[in-house]
Design a protein around this ligand. Structure first.
Ligand SMILES: [Zn+2]
Length: 224
């Protein structure tokens, strides 16, 4: 029953994404032509708790690690990240199930997670903001989990509106990870360029003009 419901959610996301891309086409063209007016992306970052109720990271740690990713999106896509509601980072109240604490992301791991108990928990606990036409302006929720198995961050691309990231993804030389995962959620696939934000590994932070146009015409990125 869970895979069926999750599959329906993913299919609905795809339909919404396609229709929303048609609505967003003028913005895609405008960005390709050089438009740089600031847009917004609503985000909620939720730090999950383990089975003993301990948060996997502190709000301070998460906030400190965020800055670089937020600067990358402002600089490369003229997109300002704003809190979906109240503060940007919040602690989850109750403990998360093991499937959500250690969520696999090898090849299509998150897809499997999304079809199982972990995904059900993520979907139930993501931030939802009333009805939005074709999901335009819909917020993204980032879950800071114990371990994104096989990677340090994971996104379902346009098929979901949540992202998972772990402590490794927030620390050290990989501070762009959040911007990279948000890129996936806003329609960007991996890219090869040495300094590109969508290169799977490395410190790259740049976006090409085409990537900027795809990103800025995503349903998650709006003027208002
Ligand atoms: Zn990636």
């Amino acid at each position: 029953m869970i895979p069926l419901a999750a599959g329906a959610t993913q299919s609905l996301s795809l339909v919404r994404e396609v229709l929303s891309r048609i609505v967003g086409a003028p913005d895609f063209v405008a960005t390709l032509a050089g438009a740089r007016r600031e847009k917004k992306l609503r985000l909620r970052i939720v730090v999950v708790r383990d089975g003993d109720g301990r948060p996997v990271a502190s709000v301070k740690e998460v906030e400190a690690a965020l800055g670089e990713s937020l600067r990358v999106l402002e600089r490369e896509a003229q997109t300002r990240v704003v809190p979906a509601d109240g503060s940007l980072v919040a602690l989850m109240e109750g403990p998360a199930p093991p499937e959500a604490l250690d969520a696999p992301c090898s090849t299509n791991g998150l897809w499997r997670t999304d079809l199982g108990l972990g995904g059900r928990w993520f979907r139930a606990n993501r931030f939802r903001a009333g009805y939005r036409f074709l999901g335009r302006g819909a917020p993204l929720t980032v879950f800071v989990v114990h371990d994104v198995v096989g990677k340090c961050g994971c996104s379902l691309g346009p098929f979901g509106d949540y992202i998972t990231i772990d402590a490794d993804g927030l620390a050290g030389g990989t501070k762009r990870i959040l911007a990279h995962e948000i890129g996936h959620s806003c329609g960007l696939p991996h890219a090869k360029g040495q300094d590109n934000l969508m290169r799977p590994r490395g410190p790259g932070e740049r976006m090409t003009r085409l990537q900027r146009a795809v990103f800025r015409s995503s349903r998650h990125v709006t003027y208002l």
